[in-house]
Design a protein around this ligand. Structure first.
Ligand code: IPM
Ligand code: MN
Length: 364
C-alpha cells in the first residue's frame, strides 16, 4: 500500500495559480513514476486577493488545514494595490505563518542551472550551488506590524535570542552535513555566518553563539563574514559558499541577490520549516504584470515541491524531480527569455518536464 500525504495548497495571487497548477501536473508524473506514495490535496484561498474579499489574508479554515497537513505548498502572494491602513502590503503570509507557527528555518537553495544567462562572468553550470539559511522567527522582522510610530519618527527593533540563534546555527551545520556536496570551488563543507557584529551588539551575540555551536561540528569549516563583504563575495566568488546562515532581513536581501546571480528569482525555491509544521514556496512575488499571459516560469514552484518531497522523507522522488529540472535546462528545453519570463508559460514547461521526468527515471 502506498503512503498518503495530506498537502494543503495555497495557490496565492498573480502568477501563483498558474505555476501551482503546473507543479501539481508535474507531481502527478512524479507519483506515477515513484509508485511509493500519493499526495492528497486540500485547496484554500490565501493572500492579497483573500484579504481584499474577506479582510483577512488567510481564513481560519485554511489555517486549520495548514496545521493538519503533512506539508503545505504555497504560491507567491501579494498585490501592489492591496494595502493595510498603515501602508504596508496586505495579504503577505510570511509574517503570519513563520512567526505564529515558529517556522524558524527558511532554507533557500541558490543553484546555477545549465544554459541560463547570468550577469556574472563565471557561468559554468553548478559553479554556484549554496543554501541561504534565513532565520525567520526573529531578527528585525519580528517588529513586523508592531514597531513604534509617532507623527515624526518610526522605529522597528531587532531581537536575537539565545534559543533562536542556537537552533538556526545547529540547523546550518546539519544542512552542511546533509547537502550532497561541499562548496563548488573547493568541495569543502563550510558554514558562513553573515552578520554585522562590527557595529551591532545583537549580531556580536549571534556570532558568539554561532562559534560555540561550531565547536560541536569540527569536521565542518565555520567562518564569519560581515554582510557588506558578503554581498560583494556573492557576486565575486559565489563558488566559495556552501551554507550561509544569517538574520531574517539580511537573508531576505541576500537571497534576492543570490537569485539574480543565477539568472533570476524564477528559479529560487524556499522551505519554511519548524519543529512541527512546514510550507514550501517560491522566494519571489506574484508578478501580477505577467499573470495569465503565458509567461510565468514555474521552476521556483516546482523546486519548492522537490523540497517538500525531501521534507516528507521521499528523497528518491525529490532527487528525481530535481534531476529532471536540471536535465530540462541542460537539454535546452526551457524557453527562457532575457527578461526571465518563459515563452509559452508554466503549462508548457510542465508538459516538457513530464517528458524529461520519464527519460530521467529510465536512465536511473
Ligand atoms: C520573502 C518575501 C517576504 C519576506 C515579503 C513578501 C514579506 O520577500 O519571502 O522573501 O520578506 O518575508
Ligand atoms: Mn524577499
Amino acid at each position: 500500500m502506498a503512503k498518503s500525504y495530506w498537502i494543503t495548497i495555497l495557490p496565492g495571487d498573480g502568477i501563483g495559480p498558474e505555476i501551482v497548477d503546473a507543479t501539481l501536473d508535474v507531481l502527478e508524473t512524479v507519483q506515477e513514476l515513484s509508485g511509493q506514495f500519493a499526495l492528497i490535496y486540500e485547496f484554500h484561498q490565501a493572500g492579497a486577493g483573500c484579504y481584499r474579499e474577506t479582510g483577512q489574508p488567510i481564513s481560519t479554515e485554511a489555517l486549520d488545514a495548514f496545521q493538519r497537513a503533512n506539508a503545505t505548498l504555497k504560491g507567491p502572494v501579494g498585490l501592489p494595490d492591496v494595502r493595510k491602513p498603515d501602508g504596508t502590503e496586505a495579504g503577505l503570509l510570511g509574517g503570519v505563518l513563520r512567526v505564529d507557527f515558529d517556522l524558524y528555518a527558511n532554507v533557500r537553495p541558490i543553484r546555477l542551472f545549465p544554459n541560463v544567462r547570468t550577469p556574472l562572468a563565471a557561468n559554468d553550470p553548478d559553479s554556484i550551488d549554496y543554501i541561504i539559511l534565513r532565520e525567520s522567527s526573529e531578527g528585525l522582522y519580528l517588529s513586523r506590524g508592531v514597531g513604534l510610530k509617532t507623527r515624526d519618527a518610526a522605529t522597528d527593533s531587532m531581537m536575537m535570542t539565545r534559543r533562536g540563534c542556537e537552533r538556526i546555527a545547529r540547523y546550518a551545520f546539519r544542512l552542511a552535513t546533509e547537502k550532497r556536496r561541499g562548496a563548488p570551488a573547493d568541495d569543502r563543507r563550510r558554514v558562513t555566518l553573515v552578520d554585522k557584529s562590527n557595529v551591532l551588539r545583537s549580531f556580536a551575540f549571534f556570532r558568539d553563539i554561532f562559534l560555540q555551536v561550531a565547536a560541536d561540528f569540527p569536521e565542518i569549516e565555520a567562518e564569519c563574514l560581515y554582510v557588506d563583504a558578503a554581498a560583494a563575495a556573492l557576486v565575486n566568488r559565489p563558488g566559495h559558499f556552501q551554507i550561509i546562515v544569517t538574520e531574517n532581513m539580511f537573508g531576505d536581501i541576500l537571497s534576492d541577490l543570490g537569485g539574480a546571480t543565477i539568472g533570476g528569482l524564477g528559479m529560487c525555491p524556499a522551505a519554511n520549516i519548524g519543529d512541527r509544521l512546514a510550507y514550501f514556496e517560491p522566494i519571489h512575488g506574484s508578478a501580477p504584470d505577467i499573470a495569465g499571459r503565458h509567461l510565468a516560469n514555474p521552476t521556483s514552484q516546482i523546486l519548492a515541491a522537490a523540497l517538500m518531497l525531501q521534507h516528507l522523507r521521499e528523497p528518491e522522488a525529490a532527487g528525481l524531480l530535481e534531476k529532471a529540472v536540471w536535465n530540462l535546462y541542460a537539454q535546452n528545453r526551457m524557453p527562457l527569455m532575457p527578461t526571465g519570463a518563459v515563452e509559452g508559460g508554466a503549462a508548457i514547461v510542465a508538459k516538457e518536464l513530464k517528458a524529461v521526468l520519464k527519460s530521467t527515471a529510465e536512465q536511473a
